[in-house]
Design a binder for this molecule. Structure first.
Ligand SMILES: [Zn+2]
Length: 422
């Protein structure tokens, strides 16, 4: 595996240039000179907390620091603690280009000078500028790279009609080449646009990322995006673009720019199994990330895809901290919850919470339907999924709040027992 050789080289570099990693490796008793493809798995893993505490003195290679060439991202942690990451702009661009090339359907819509106008619609924190706030002028939300950050309310489902009007007018004035969006945000917007008589979105492609692409969002986007490709990208504010759906719909990881591991209780997950995505950057001279625990769960799929791409294929299952806890300590992922409710087409938004191990609460927003019947069906599905929680309390509501970060989460479980998957 080519990326493993390169990941070993990244370890040597990080050891020489990042005090944070030097200390971790020294403490582990492993000599940097002994790291090779066979011993890679013994190298200590790093976490968000390491990089948060180490920033900037211990997590950045000061000799490569040049404010002109560096992009600074602030991630919207669900815990409310913000993580600052710096990365060279050229490396971010390379990650995006090599990722999008894995999908020729959107490559030509997204790359190239003529496609610089992008409209972004996501939680305010995700847009890197505080000014996704609707109170700012459109010019202030226009980034130097050509991205227009659309205004958004912090609590997505409480977005007032005035902001929706503002978005409609900004989109028609800006005529973006493509859209870069959180799928739940766009699902909400398409519903409001339909009420305003707007039945199509501008642009030649829709790239969804930031959060899980759930079935209600898939349905909402299908209604407005008949003519344009909608493609899901795996991205993180720490890394930029890391993977993309190919034209066959399989989610491929970008192994040109990253070395990936999927780990379950410390060992590599096998095909069909779930594990945590652990990432080592390749060629990052500014703030290399070594065996970085993302906190995201993925399932390893069959390695072959008719598209012929070499990278591993995964299915994204959401944050591991959001998993529901079932009997015997088993974890039920946000994706498994979504799969269980997938065919209940009346649902437009839902949120499942687990205040205690034996209790599930589910709030749903529905379209015109036989409400008690739908609520009963949701309750039955959740009971099948997490039998130990008994009958889920299902309530039909008119609003579900976003997380403190501004993201909308469908699932708020207790997380795996003991903090790891079993
Ligand atoms: Zn493929």
């Amino acid at each position: 595996m080519m990326s493993l050789t390169e990941a070993c080289a990244e370890i040597f570099f990080a050891y020489r240039s990042l005090p944070l990693f030097q200390k971790l490796l020294d403490d582990s008793g492993i000599s940097a000179g002994d790291v090779n493809e066979d011993s890679f798995h013994l190298v200590p893993m790093t976490t968000k907390a390491d990089y948060r505490r180490g920033f900037p003195a211990k997590a950045v290679n000061q000799s490569e620091w040049d404010p002109e060439l560096v992009f600074t991202s602030r991630s919207s942690g669900t815990t409310g603690e913000r993580l600052i990451t710096v990365v060279h702009r050229h490396l971010l661009a390379e990650r995006m280009v090599t990722t999008v090339r894995m999908n020729p359907l959107v490559e030509r819509q997204v790359l190239g000078r003529e496609n610089k106008r992008v409209a972004r619609f996501a939680a305010p924190n995700c847009s890197d500028i505080e000014c996704a706030s609707p109170f700012t002028a459109m010019e202030d939300r226009n980034l130097p790279d050509g991205t227009l950050v659309l205004p958004v309310a912090h609590d997505l489902l409480a977005t007032p009609p005035a902001i929706v009007d503002q978005i409609i007018s900004e989109l028609s004035g800006y005529e973006p080449a493509w859209l870069y969006v959180d799928p739940t945000h766009l699902a909400f917007l398409t519903g409001r646009l339909a009420e305003c008589g707007v039945d199509r979105l501008p642009g030649k492609a829709i790239v969804v990322t930031y959060s899980m692409y759930t079935q209600p969002a898939v349905r909402a986007l299908a209604a407005v995006a008949e003519a344009v490709p909608v493609v899901e990208v795996i991205s993180m504010s720490e890394f930029g673009w890391m993977g993309i759906q190919c034209p066959n719909g399989a989610q491929h990881l970008n192994t040109e720019c990253f070395h990936f591991e999927v780990l379950r209780g410390g060992r590599p997950a096998s095909e069909g199994e779930l594990g945590e995505l652990v990432v080592t950057s390749i060629g990052d001279r500014l703030s290399p990330h070594i065996r970085y625990r993302t906190g995201d769960l993925v399932e390893i799929r069959a390695p072959q895809c008719p598209c012929g791409l070499p990278g591993p294929i995964v299915r994204h299952h959401g944050r591991w901290s959001a998993c529901l806890r079932s009997s015997g300590g088993a974890s039920v992922t946000p994706r498994q919850v979504d799969d269980a409710l997938a065919d209940i087409t009346e649902l437009s938004f839902y949120r499942v919470d687990q205040p205690e191990p034996d209790r599930l609460r589910c709030r749903i927003l529905v379209r015109d339907c036989d409400e008690p019947k739908v609520a009963l069906l949701v309750s039955e599905r959740l009971r099948e999924l997490v039998p130990s929680a008994g009958d889920a309390e299902v309530a039909i509501v008119s609003h579900i709040e976003a997380e403190r970060s501004g993201k909308f989460s469908y699932c708020g479980g207790l997380g795996p027992e003991g903090g790891d998957l079993s």
